[in-house]
Design a protein around this ligand. Structure first.
Ligand SMILES: NC(=O)c1ccc[n+]([C@@H]2O[C@H](COP(=O)([O-])OP(=O)(O)OC[C@H]3O[C@@H](n4cnc5c(N)ncnc54)[C@H](O)[C@@H]3O)[C@@H](O)[C@H]2O)c1
Length: 255
């Protein structure tokens, strides 16, 4: 895939970092974007040390100026962007709807959803001109189901999936595909770190079919397929990767 250039948001750690490394190892030149510049730098350095191409950039994905700057810097360095992975995300505190502040709502919605709009709106016309584009949005199983005490996160991820389907419908004829991935529980700072599994999560995992959380690389591998040479007919889809957790209705009934 050495003619491709990817922008990956939130790539300083977790799923984004795993995706950046995996795509780079396929020859893709990657823009490693994160609000945490040191983390993004470390990932980009590992990629370059392995002999591939990467550029780290500080970018707050909820800010239009940062998004535009990241896009133009990566274009100047590597050429036209062919792959966009909207991965940056925040979970926010767990509490009820009536306890959510305006600031919290804006922070989560700007980071998880407005960011997708900012990147996508900018890149779609260029991808149309190229006649090629691959967009992958990292949503969540909480983009498909409700979840008590996570209303803003749930709303942002449902919005992401609706947006994904609409981009697919509008832009498919121009060689652009847009899909979402819905992870369950992944071993990252935002998700469930293997060394800090709560009692609640122990009970979820005990009842889950695969009995473990995912590795970030297991999500990255699906991104690689969706943007790779055999992904072109997949458009507007949302892929659950949760080890089967949402496949059975009894999972949370008596936790
Ligand atoms: N880990 C899970 O269990 C899980 C499950 C479902 C969905 N997801 C989704 O996967 C995506 C990646 O999460 P992760 O689990 O790798 O978490 P993570 O916290 O390890 O990584 C998220 C990255 O996004 C960056 N980020 C946060 N706010 C940002 C901003 N405003 N601008 C730029 N970067 C920002 C963080 O600095 C971090 O590097 C998120 O969208 C998350 O909602 C994760």
């Amino acid at each position: 895939m050495d003619k491709h250039v990817a922008l990956i948001s939130g790539a300083g750690r977790g799923i984004g970092a795993a995706t950046a490394k995996m795509l780079a190892s396929e020859g893709v030149a990657v823009g490693v974007l994160d609000v945490l510049l040191d983390e993004a730098e470390a990932v980009a350095q590992q990629i370059r040390d392995a002999g591939y191409q990467a550029l780290a950039l500080k970018c707050d994905v909820g800010l239009r100026e940062d998004v535009e700057n990241a896009i133009s810097t990566v274009e100047k360095e590597f050429g036209p962007i062919t792959i966009l992975v909207n991965n940056a995300g925040v979970g926010g505190p767990f509490h009820r709807v009536d306890q959510v502040s305006d600031d919290e709502w804006e922070w989560i919605m700007n980071t998880n959803l407005k960011s997708v709009f900012l990147f996508t709106r900018n890149l779609l016309p260029k991808m149309k001109e190229q006649g090629f584009g691959r967009i992958v949005n990292i949503a969540s199983i909480q983009g498909l189901y409700g979840s008590a005490h996570s209303s803003t996160y749930v709303a942002s991820k449902h919005g992401m999936i609706g947006y994904t389907k609409t981009i697919a419908a509008e832009w498919g004829e121009h060689g652009i595909t847009c899909n979402a991935i819905c992870p369950g529980y992944v071993d990252t700072a935002l998700g469930v770190q293997t060394d800090k599994i709560s009692d609640y999560m122990q009970r979820v995992l005990a009842k889950s079919p695969v009995k473990r959380i995912a590795k970030p690389e297991e999500i990255a591998a699906l991104v690689r397929h969706l943007v790779g040479p055999h992904g072109g007919y997949i458009n507007g889809s949302s892929y659950v990767i949760d080890g089967g957790i949402t496949s059975h209705v009894g999972i949370t009934s008596d936790l």
